[in-house]
Ligand binder design. Structure first.
Ligand code: PEP
Ligand code: MN
Length: 422
């Protein structure tokens, strides 16, 4: 039984080029209204139900007239960098907040995450003797899939928080009602964040790339453009599809199959080799190194058992994907204090398991995907300046999942440097 908060319609693949072209000229937006009679759209999981469809059309129509946030040639260059990772000639470092928030964008916060990724990258690069591709989970990470469509607090039931792009974190009916004007604000806040990131990267002459989960298809479609080089989603350099929206016949895979950005897909412990092979055939039919990244998030207990079959069969298919380890999402638990947390020991254990699997198969451990911040939050446990369970309330500030703080991030980077140096 579908909950009312979910919508199951989206633009069909057959119409995508038309929709993208119209969007480029600002005359139309994607969505159910763009479908002709008799067209069947693949179902889209995890979408907010916008109460005001006219307001949604107005906002997506406006977004479709605005410049993309990134350039096509930048996306092409990231694809080249990821091809090097796929060949074993570079390492991918992807990280940032679980959920960025509109109010959380400040110079301090952006500098903190950028600087942490920069320091981690330097450590990993030294250990691996390879260049590190720095990819922020930044400048657009505003939409969250949820395991439950509702949240119950003190007997009151409200829609779950789906990220600032959809609704507000405050537990009130007004805040939790999806508001399409948030899509416009998300574009603006992404642009502000990107402006800082570009300035920080230029100071050092370094490359830096942006990514987020392509979850809210109304937003992603509105920023998709048909260009001389093909169809690109210009909301970020790379977008990924999460564990909850990677259904083979779903709208999210259909959407990323139609764009030429480098794309990634998360694979959890339930993913089979057949699932992975179907995704390869769908998203990387030409077997282009750098086109597809798999982000495995198996959990420390499962990674050694579940990952080998996937990696060996994908390798045998002729695809040269980038394999990245997300050691965060399979290792989450609730502490006695009620805080959602993760233990750095378990995180490190999953990373070691990921390296063991690739060492046994002779494949390249392509890199890491982590939820982290440059600030000294107390959201994850452990580390060389340890956070104990009783410390969790001190600075628990995440809008969604618990992040590594700066010290814990550097601990993780030192471990990675050691593993690559072996
Ligand atoms: C996330 O990256 O925050 C997330 C929800 O991950 P997953 O899709 O792997 O559960
Ligand atoms: Mn998360």
């Amino acid at each position: 039984h579908r909950h009312a908060q979910f919508s199951v319609t989206g633009a069909g693949s057959a119409r995508r080029p038309v929709v993208a072209e119209r969007q480029a000229h600002g005359t139309s937006t994607a969505g159910p209204a763009a479908l002709g009679p008799g067209t069947t759209a693949p179902p889209a999981a995890q979408q907010p139900v916008w109460p005001d469809q006219a307001a949604l059309r107005a906002v997506t129509g406006e977004l479709a007239t605005l410049p993309g946030l990134v350039l096509v040639e930048e996306c092409v260059r990231l694809s080249e960098r990821l091809a090097a990772v796929a060949r074993g000639e570079a390492v991918l470092l992807q990280g940032g907040d679980c959920a960025e928030t509109f109010d959380g964008v400040s110079e301090e916060h952006v500098r903190g995450t950028f600087g942490t990724l920069d320091e981690m990258g330097a450590l990993i690069s030294a250990g691996a003797a390879l260049p590190v591709v720095r990819l922020g989970r930044m400048a657009g990470q505003y939409a969250k899939p949820r395991s439950s469509p509702v949240e119950v607090r003190g007997g009151e039931t409200l829609p779950a928080y789906r990220g600032d792009l959809a609704n507000g974190l405050a537990f009130t009916p007004e805040s939790r009602t999806p508001d399409p004007r948030r899509l416009r604000r998300g574009y603006q806040v992404s642009a502000t964040t990107l402006n800082l990131l570009r300035a920080l990267a230029a100071r050092r002459g370094a490359e830096f790339w942006t990514s987020h989960e392509a979850l809210l298809l109304d937003y992603e479609r509105a920023l998709t453009r048909t260009t001389a080089s093909g169809v690109y989603d210009l909301s970020a350099h790379l977008v990924w599809i999460g564990e909850r929206t990677r259904q083979p016949d779903g709208a999210h895979l259909d959407f990323v199959a139609g764009i030429r950005n480098p794309v990634a897909v998360k694979l959890g412990p339930g993913a089979t080799a057949d699932d992975a092979l179907a995704i390869v055939d769908r998203l990387d039919p030409d077997r282009t190194p750098g086109r597809l990244t798999f982000i495995s998030r198996m959990g420390a207990d499962a990674v050694r058992d579940t990952l080998p079959d996937l990696v060996s069969k994908v390798q045998a298919s002729g695809a040269r994907v980038v394999w990245v380890c997300d050691p965060m999402h399979g290792n989450t638990f609730v502490a006695p204090s009620g805080h959602k947390t993760r233990d750095l020991d378990r995180i490190m254990d999953e990373v070691r398991g990921f390296f063991e699997v690739h060492a046994a198969l002779g494949t390249h451990p392509g890199g890491i995907h982590a939820e982290l911040t440059g600030e000294h939050v107390t959201e994850c446990l452990g580390g060389t300046r340890p956070v104990a369970p009783e410390d969790l309330p001190t600075r628990y500030e995440t809008a969604c999942d618990p992040r590594l703080n700066r010290c814990q991030s550097l601990d993780l980077a030192r471990e990675l440097a050691d593993l690559y140096a072996r």
